[in-house]
Design a protein around this ligand. Structure first.
Ligand code: MN
Length: 290
């Protein structure tokens, strides 16, 4: 077994996104457009909104990749051009394959908008290979209680598995290509070594406290990029929580602009045309009180 090393640590920058909500974003960052197959890592908040302040992302399209929403605190309401509508609360995951294209909205719940409250979560964009960019849109909504969890024998390392497998537990979400997407809580003294296939690129984003990733201390708001190997060592120091991400690079050209991620500029132009001419649909809303 060969342990992966940390090759780079990226500190997230603050960014305003959507209608103006605050995100902590380690990717993309200056001089780094993506880490194949990951296109974007946004940590939303944590932020406490006053009444009337919570904002989201009104109707917008996506094509060519997948968005993964993982809510930690607060709640989001989403609806889309395919008639899909739902609510994500703490611990819930939505794995959305935009594929050929959808138009959706992602908004704080009416209660959050009216009364204010705390919001914390993630949205991560996973690229699709050329052969799947125009695949049929697909949703996998999994409530917190449906996500497999596991822990080390000493209980010091605990994991919620959104994609991939760890400590003998396996994800319920299906991915088009092999992906690891796991929420690890590492208490002081935790020490776990995980096999992750050599073909995958591995990233670890610490979002609470601190942790040691491949013998390097990583603080909240930092993304560790790992090098080659077939296992990753995670250790608890003062206690912390991290997202462990892995994916097989597609090794294809990436042409991205805003909500579209294709392989060529021509495909990007086509995406804009298709959106503007209504080919990605629109959200049909019946009259509602709020
Ligand atoms: Mn979106």
């Amino acid at each position: 077994m060969s342990l992966r090393d940390v090759t780079r640590i990226i500190t997230a920058h603050r960014q305003l996104e959507g209608g103006g909500f605050v995100v902590r974003r380690p990717l993309p960052t200056a001089g780094l457009d993506h880490l194949d197959p990951f296109l974007l890592i946004d940590e939303l908040g944590p932020v406490t909104y006053a009444p009337g302040q919570a904002i989201g992302a009104p109707d917008h399209p996506h094509r060519g990749f997948e968005t993964v929403s993982y809510i930690l605190e607060g709640a989001v309401e989403h609806e889309d051009s395919a008639g899909h509508r739902g609510r994500l609360g703490p611990g819930d995951v939505q794995w959305m394959t935009a594929g050929a294209g959808i138009v959706h909205s992602e908004m704080p719940t009416a209660e959050l908008r009216e009364r204010g409250g705390r919001v914390h979560g993630f949205q991560i964009w996973v690229n699709l290979p050329a052969r799947l960019k125009l695949t049929r849109p697909r949703y996998q909504d999994v409530p917190a209680a449906g996500l497999p969890t596991a822990a080390t024998d000493d209980g010091l390392a605990r994991v919620t598995i959104i994609a991939g497998e760890a400590l003998g537990a396996r994800a319920v979400i299906e991915t088009h290509t092999p992906i690891v997407f796991q929420d690890w809580t590492l208490a002081s003294g935790a020490d776990v070594t995980l096999p992750i296939d050599r073909a995958q690129r591995v990233l670890a984003y610490v979002f609470e406290g601190a942790a040691r990733v491949a013998t390097r201390d990583v603080a909240a708001g930092q993304l560790a990029v790992l090098g080659d190997g077939d296992a990753v060592r995670l250790e608890g120091t003062t206690g912390g929580r991290l997202l462990l991400l892995g994916g097989v690079p597609h090794g294809e050209p990436v042409a991205r602009y805003g909500p579209f991620v294709m392989n060529t500029e021509q495909e990007l132009m086509q995406a804009f045309r298709d959106y503007q001419t209504g080919r990605m649909g629109e959200i049909t809303r019946t009259a509602r009180l709020s």
